[in-house]
Design a protein around this ligand. Structure first.
Ligand code: UDX
Length: 434
C-alpha cells in the first residue's frame, strides 16, 4: 500500500520504518526541513535501538523516503497516518494545533478516497475534529474516513514493540475501513480489536493513566514501607504474584517521566473535568509523582546534613534506560533541586549527555560512572542502565570521598552495598537506611 506518515517524531518515524519493512511504500513527511535533511542523510534525530538499521535498509530498498512536502505525500498515498506532536497546553489540556494543521493539509490536497489514521495520542473527540476539518474544505465528491489507531510502543524497545505489539486497536467508523486496516496489519499476526473511534481514543489514555497509577500506587506503598520498616521489593514480590495484579509497572523509584505518562495523565484529567466526570484519582497520581523525585533529595539532606557545598555523582539522566530522551526525566528535577540547595553535580549517562548539556550547561559531565564518583559525597543512581547494575562497589568507594549511595531505582542489593563499606539509601527499603 502507499502510505504517508505526517510527523517524524518517535511514533511517526518508527511507524513509517516498520510499515516500509512490511513491504509498503512509505513517505515520511514533516515541515521541519532540517530533520528531513538529516533523515535523508540517514542520521537519526534521536537514539532508538535498531532504528537506524531499519531506516537504512528500507531507504536502500526504495520503500522509505523522506519529504518536507506534506501536501505531495498526501496526494500520493491512500492511507495517511497523522503522527504529529500533541504537547500539553497551559492547563493540562492537549495542544491540538499540529493535528489541526495536518488535517488542513490533507483537506486541501485530497485527490481521491483516503483513509486518515490518527496515531498521535489525542483527547476523545479528536477523530471527529479531524473529519470536520477535512469535510469543510475537501471537494464534495471525494470521500474520507478517519480512524483512530493508537500506538503503544515504548521508547528503548520501539521497533520491537511496533513489529510485535501485544494488541492492535483499530477505532473505525465503518466496516470497509476496518477491513482495510486489518489487511494492513495482518502480517504482524497479532490480536486486533475493532472499536468505535471514541473508544480507541479512550483506550490509549486509559492504558497510560492506569500504568502511571500503578507506579504512583507502588511509590506510595514504598513511602509507607520506609515509615514502618518494610521492604517494598519484598512487598512487590508478594503482591505481583497475584495474577490479577501482576508484577509489571510496580517498580518503585524516583517517579515516572517521559513523553507520555506525565502528559497523558494531565490530559485525561482535563478531559474528564471537561465532561463533568472528573477522574479524581489522577490528581493524586500526578501530585505524588511530582513529589517523588524530591524525596531522594530529602534523604540526602537527612543523611548528609546541609547540601550546600556537597558534591553528588548523578548516574543516569534519561527518563528510562535505552533512550537519550530527557522529557520530564526525574533526574532533571532532582539535579535542579540539588543545585538550588547549593550542591555540585558530576553527571554521567551512556546516551543522554549531549542533550542534557542544553538543559543543564553548568554541571560537570564525566566519561563514566567512576569518573563521576570521583571526590563526591554521595552517588545517586537515577536511571537503571544495565552498566550501573554491574557497578564495582570497591572501585566506586575508592573514587568517592563520602560513602552514601542513593539508589533511586532500587537496582542494588542493600546488603552488597553495605558490605562494601558504603551506606545504602533506596526507595521504600526499610527504616534502617538511616
Ligand atoms: C509509555 C507506555 O509504556 C507506552 O505503552 C506508551 O505508548 C508510551 O508511554 P515510555 O514512556 O516509553 O512508554 O516508557 P515506560 O517504559 O512506560 O516508562 C515510563 C516511565 O515510568 C519511566 O520514567 C520509567 O522509569 C517509569 N517506570 C516504569 C517506573 O517508575 N516504574 C515502573 O514499574 C515502570
Amino acid at each position: 500500500m502507499n502510505i504517508a506518515v505526517i510527523g517524524v517524531g518517535y511514533v511517526g518515524l518508527v511507524t513509517g520504518a516498520v510499515f516500509a519493512d512490511l513491504g509498503n511504500i512509505v513517505i515520511c513527511a514533516d515541515s521541519d526541513t532540517a530533520k528531513i535533511e538529516m533523515l535523508r542523510n540517514l542520521e537519526m534525530p534521536f537514539y532508538e535501538p535498531g532504528l537506524e538499521d531499519i531506516v537504512t535498509s528500507n531507504v536502500a530498498e526504495n520503500r522509505l523516503t523522506f519529504s518536507d512536502d506534506t501536501a505531495d505525500a498526501v496526494r500520493r498515498s491512500e492511507i495517511v497516518f497523522i503522527a504529529v506532536g500533541t504537547p500539553a497546553g497551559e492547563s493540562g489540556e492537549t495542544d491540538l494545533s499540529q493535528i489541526e494543521a495536518a488535517a488542513e493539509v490533507i483537506a486541501r490536497n485530497i485527490n481521491d478516497y483516503k483513509i486518515v489514521v490518527n496515531k498521535s495520542t489525542v483527547p476523545v473527540g479528536t477523530g471527529d475534529l479531524v473529519k470536520n476539518i477535512i469535510d469543510r474544505t475537501k471537494p464534495r465528491h471525494i470521500e474520507v474516513d478517519v480512524v483512530s489507531n493508537p500506538e503503544f510502543l515504548s521508547e528503548g524497545t520501539a521497533i520491537q514493540d511496533a513489529l510485535s505489539p501485544n494488541r492492535i486497536v483499530i477505532g473505525a467508523p465503518n466496516k470497509r475501513v476496518a477491513m482495510k486496516l486489518i489487511e494492513l496489519y495482518s502480517m504482524l499476526e497479532k490480536p486486533m480489536i475493532i472499536t468505535s473511534v471514541r473508544s480507541a481514543e479512550i483506550i490509549k489514555y486509559a492504558s497510560n493513566a492506569f500504568l502511571a497509577t500503578k507506579i504512583s500506587f507502588i511509590n506510595s506503598i514504598a513511602n509507607l514501607c520506609e515509615a514502618v520498616g518494610a521492604d517494598v521489593e519484598e512487598v512487590v514480590r508478594g503482591v505481583g504474584l497475584d495474577e490479577r495484579i501482576g508484577p509489571r509497572f510496580l517498580r518503585a523509584g524516583v517517579g515516572y517521566g517521559g513523553s507520555c505518562f506525565p502528559k497523558d495523565t494531565e490530559s485525561l484529567l482535563h478531559v474528564s473535568r471537561k465532561y463533568g466526570e472528573e477522574i479524581a484519582i489522577l490528581k493524586d497520581v500526578i501530585e505524588l509523582n511530582r513529589r517523588q523525585p524530591l524525596r531522594l533529595v530529602k534523604k540526602a539532606e537527612k543523611a548528609l546534613g546541609t547540601l550546600d557545598g556537597k558534591t553528588f555523582a548523578v548516574l543516569g539522566l534519561a527518563f528510562k534506560p535505552g533512550t537519550d530522551d530527557l522529557r520530564d526525566s526525574s533526574a532533571i528535577a532532582i539535579i535542579r533541586s540539588l543545585l538550588s540547595h547549593g550542591a555540585s553535580i558530576r553527571a554521567y549517562d551512556p546516551m543522554a549527555m549531549e542533550k542534557c548539556k542544553k538543559h543543564l550547561p553548568s554541571i560537570t559531565y564525566c566519561e563514566n560512572e567512576y569518573e563521576a564518583a570521583t571526590g563526591v559525597d554521595g552517588v545517586m543512581v537515577l536511571t537503571e542502565w544495565n552498566k550501573f547494575k554491574q557497578i564495582n562497589f570497591a572501585r566506586l568507594k575508592d573514587a568517592m570521598s563520602g560513602d552514601c549511595v542513593f539508589d533511586g531505582r532500587n537496582i542494588y542489593n542493600p546488603e552488597v552495598v553495605r558490605n562494601s563499606g558504603l551506606r545504602y539509601f533506596g526507595i521504600g527499603r526499610g527504616t534502617d537506611t538511616f
